[in-house]
Design a protein around this ligand. Sequence first.
Ligand code: UD1
Ligand code: CA
Length: 453
Amino acid sequence: MSLSVVILAAGKGTRMKSQVPKVLHKLAHKPLLEHVYDTAIQLGAEQVVVVYGHGGEDVKEACAHFKADWVEQEEQLGTGHAVMQALPVLNLDNEILVLYGDVPLTSVNTLSNLLNLNNDELSLLTVILDEPTGYGRIIRNESGKVISIVEQKDANQDQLAICEVNTGILSCNGHKLQRLLNQIDNNNSQSEYYLTDIFKLAAGQGIPINTSNTENKYEVEGINDRLQLAKLERIHQKNIAEKLMQSGVSIADPSRLDIRGDVEIENDVFIDVNVILQGKVKLGSGTIIGANSIISDSDIAANVKIKPNCIIENVTVHSNCEIGPFARLRPETILSEGAKVGNFVEVKKSNIGKGSKINHLSYIGDTEMGEDVNVGAGTITCNYDGANKHKTIIGDKVFIGSDTQLVAPVIIAEGATIGAGATITKDVEADKLVISRAPQKSINGWKRPEKNK
Ligand code: UD1
Ligand code: CA
């Protein structure tokens, strides 16, 4: 049977004390709501319906890339009321799964287990908590069948002692769900339409109720404040790190690695402490990431050595390159096999050819560099004239002396040698030596000034 997922996301999130709607707060750099949406997609949902709150246009806008139906719940009259808002757009021939926009870490595995319980009845995910205060309690009869859920505020002493609680996550045949929701009212201590009331109704009408359970409490934990957000972030990061280690990646300290995106990391990669990987990052086998490095949206091949304190963004690095320490590689840079970019070097939108070296204190921007080029310390491509960017082209085997400025647009043909301290404003022919510096003079009889007494 096909699946429709309803994500409840109308909550205000007062306790976040934020201008930003709660479900747009980020875990691993991704909005909470998007975690839940991605889970729905991974479950193969044919339809996703997001119920958002009054004034929640920000949410819709931030998640405009979702393939989802958006339904506004103008007033928050309860979880049952929220699901009712989705009924007119839901494909009721489907099985309906209810998820929550502020519960980001429910696994596909746990939800598949729930969905596999039945296809046509009512199923509920429960969890056993040592400290159940605040949650709806699961009431079962002598034969263990669920007969109702009682909210904290409506429960008596005996019911409050029950530790099996409602996670809120349930699935039901669409038509049955509609019929049950049409029968609920708001005669309770909070004057809300409780989604949980459908269980008592179902039990009374002989609709079987199945439950499944999860051992991982974090999977059903909702986020109400920033402390809970930070707690779930750490759990999520630990889970990712453990998976990577199991797949053959070495991590110096799993509690000091943050992964905020989709990574593909091959085996025998070593990641030192305080590393952040953001967006889409690929790391090839045997590559080493030094401490305090931040890598985003980059493809790093095998056996690359990234020394500590590098910032690398939107870059392609071929195998056997060496980078850093303290290097900054900016977008659209490509390092070919075996290239070296050393300390305090910035490279932007440039192709660095095989085996070429820029080892110290340089800026290379908008440059096409051939193979086996040696760039001396303190070399600067002057790519910007104040209005436009210009290209520097450097041929194979060029040698650039230290403290050189290459004023773009300029071409240094292959095999040329630039003497140290040059300011190159005209194209340089192949294999020539070019110097541009004031001749050295010695002044006879010169005396250093002395302080007046
Ligand atoms: C609900 C359950 C409770 C369960 C608990 C798990 C009901 C009546 N109670 O209680 O049994 O143990 O969740 O956390 O369902 N929401 C809307 N619109 C509304 C009301 C809520 O979208 O009108 C959304 C909220 O944004 C939130 C979720 O539904 O994501 C749960 O709402 P909340 O008010 O926190 O329910 P609880 O009282 O905690
Ligand atoms: Ca809650």
